[in-house]
Design a binder for this molecule. Structure first.
Ligand SMILES: [Zn+2]
Length: 163
């Protein structure tokens, strides 16, 4: 399915093809929370990098987070590149050179109606803010960090891959 996305001020618009458009994974890591997650989490879906087409490229800026461990004051730069609009600050997509075939748009940037996920995963809960009420019960699975099951596998296993 072709997804259309944009930032809030519309300086940046993009399209990307996705077979995996269900926004089922809520990430509570501190980077998502600070940069894109007003509710304490952000949701990324997955599209095919080679189909990404961007209008207003000059307004797109990248951010690479510095990840600090407990005994590691300087930290290391995250390989993930968080793309956002320099004019309005909207989070747009993440690209990571470790997975060059894919691009990970923020569900919040997508204008095309996305399919509603039949279940959700709450991930990176070791880093969640204390004030976050994490949804639980039927239809919710919790993970301290990333789940082993990737976005493509999640869709395939549930027969939700979109042709
Ligand atoms: Zn903008």
């Amino acid at each position: 399915m072709k997804l259309q996305g944009s930032c809030h001020c519309r300086a940046v618009r993009f399209t990307v093809d996705s077979h995996t458009p269900y926004p089922y994974m809520r990430c509570y890591c501190s980077i998502c929370r600070k940069t894109a997650g007003g509710g304490g989490f952000a949701i990324n879906i997955m599209g095919e990098a080679k189909t990404l087409s961007v209008r207003g490229k000059k307004h797109v800026t990248q951010f690479r987070a510095r990840i600090r461990g407990q005994d590691d004051a300087r930290g290391t730069l995250s390989p993930g590149r968080r793309h956002f609009c320099a004019k309005c600050g909207s989070a747009l997509w993440v690209a990571d050179p470790r997975w060059p075939d894919w691009v990970y748009p923020f569900a919040s940037a997508i204008d095309t109606p996305l399919p509603k996920p039949p279940e959700e995963q709450e991930i990176m809960l070791d880093y969640a803010a204390k004030w976050c009420a994490i949804p639980e019960g039927r239809g919710h699975s919790h993970f301290r960090e990333y789940p082993k099951e990737g976005i493509a596998d999640w869709h395939a296993k549930r027969n939700l891959t979109v042709k």
